[in-house]
Write a new protein. Structure first.
Length: 91
């Protein structure tokens, strides 16, 4: 079954990196990084907001004439003070 491929690896990875992911439709997600991800520097590397353009069709290089490109916004809701505190501890 093609839809289940890789599911066993994605779920543990997401659980390790994120305490919570809030998804608002197909255009926005807010992520809350785990303490583990913060300790390993992901909070410092991930911007507060990141826009991703996509056409939703993996088999095409670009959107067709009838298909609009979608803008997806990922918001990093990890408190910035936790990033600074973690950086000070590891320095």
């Amino acid at each position: 079954m093609a839809e289940g491929r890789g599911r066993e690896g994605r779920q543990p990875l997401a659980s390790t990196l994120f305490d919570r992911i809030d998804v608002l439709g197909i255009q926005e997600a807010t992520v809350h990084l785990s303490a583990h991800a913060v300790r390993h520097g992901l909070a410092a590397a991930l911007p507060a907001e990141m826009g991703i353009l996509g056409n939703g069709r993996g088999e095409r290089a670009g959107p067709s004439k009838t298909q609009r490109s979608l803008r997806f916004l990922m918001i990093n809701a990890t408190p910035r003070e936790s990033v600074a505190a973690d950086a000070a501890r590891s320095a």
